[in-house]
Ligand binder design. Structure first.
Ligand SMILES: NC(=O)c1ccc[n+]([C@@H]2O[C@H](COP(=O)([O-])OP(=O)(O)OC[C@H]3O[C@@H](n4cnc5c(N)ncnc54)[C@H](OP(=O)(O)O)[C@@H]3O)[C@@H](O)[C@H]2O)c1
Length: 284
């Protein structure tokens, strides 16, 4: 019986396949999917079964999930189509009699005021009513910040609208490792994991961490929501994404991206990657 990982061409999905292999799951038990299997040919070369799956095409999902015991459903990227896409994937998982579906949701999806939260809570509800499941409520990615380092270093400033909210960000690799544990060990059915890094920070503290690692003084400038939106648009961020990011920052300002559950650390069996480690890695 196999473990299917969707969006294996994406960053989180690919890290999850790597984590399953690192944890000793034989490649022959892993099925990796993408809409374009040429993107994951390297996984096929290592013995992982590679199948095409497009959440918009139910027939492709039926073929991709055949013979699966467990499924990692990675949330898709297009918010407006997300719930319909996820419902089709869950319907296909029901038809394939999959015994456990792990879904990558977001931190506090049931109470968060972030604009993306309703898409996650609607998926959670649909899934919970139909199949044994485990909810991986992932917090913010540290990479959302480390990927911006060149621009931050150039301008000498980190900008946002998160105020003094604490953010329990963690690396994709740590979230993926937690997913791999859930997929490869027993005892997770019905669990709701609130996943975040051990080292919560405000954006002012993150600016200090960047300053310490790089030796360049970086300050944090907190902006009103409309000014932050304008700054993102001016930097070339598409309007839909800009709105998502501003909404996420406002949720952060209310501590909605904070957790002290310890779920991530407990699942992966080690402390999570620190912001300073992630910054250092990104600058290598
Ligand atoms: N926690 C956070 O901070 C945060 C931030 C951003 C996003 N997210 C969520 O986390 C998810 C994974 O993040 P990531 O960094 O791995 O994203 P990513 O690298 O952009 O990868 C997105 C993946 O979604 C797949 N996908 C999109 N639409 C699909 C569809 N209709 N059918 C099948 N696959 C589809 C893509 O596969 P193809 O190869 O088929 O294109 C790709 O593998 C995102 O999709 C998003 O929902 C979380």
């Amino acid at each position: 019986m196999s473990i299917v990982v969707t969006a294996a061409s994406g960053q989180l999905g690919r890290h999850t396949v790597e984590a399953l292999l690192n944890r000793g799951v034989p490649a022959s038990r892993i099925v990796a999917t993408s809409r374009d299997v040429t993107k994951i040919k390297d996984l096929a070369d290592r013995g992982v079964t590679v199948r095409r799956a497009d959440f918009a095409e139910p027939a492709s999902l039926a073929a991709a999930f055949e013979g699966a015991e467990k499924l990692l459903l990675v949330s898709t990227t297009t918010p407006s189509e997300r719930v319909a896409n996820h419902r089709r994937a869950i319907d296909a998982a029901v038809a394939a009699s999959i015994s456990l579906v792990a879904y990558t949701s977001m931190l506090h999806a049931d109470t968060s005021t972030a604009s993306l939260a309703p898409t996650h809570s609607a998926t959670e509800e649909y899934l919970r009513d139909r199949l044994p499941s485990v909810l991986l409520r992932n917090g913010w990615y540290l990479e959302n910040y480390t990927s911006q380092l060149p621009r931050v270093m150039q301008g000498g400033a980190l900008i946002g609208a998160a105020g003094r909210g604490r953010i329990s960000a963690a690396t994709r690799a740590d979230y993926a490792d937690a997913a791999a544990v859930v997929l490869s060990t027993d005892g997770h059915t019905g669990e709701v994991y609130e996943l975040g890094g051990d080292h919560a920070f405000t954006l002012a503290e993150l600016a200090t961490a960047i300053s310490v690692v790089t030796g360049q003084r970086i300050r944090y400038t907190d902006l009103p929501a409309d000014t932050f939106t304008r700054a993102l648009l001016d930097a070339g961020v598409p309007p839909e994404l800009a709105n998502v990011l501003v909404s996420a920052d406002l949720a952060m300002s209310r501590d909605e991206m904070f957790t002290d559950s310890g779920d991530l650390r407990r699942l992966i069996g080690r402390p999570t990657t620190t912001p300073a480690e992630a910054i250092t890695d990104a600058l290598r």
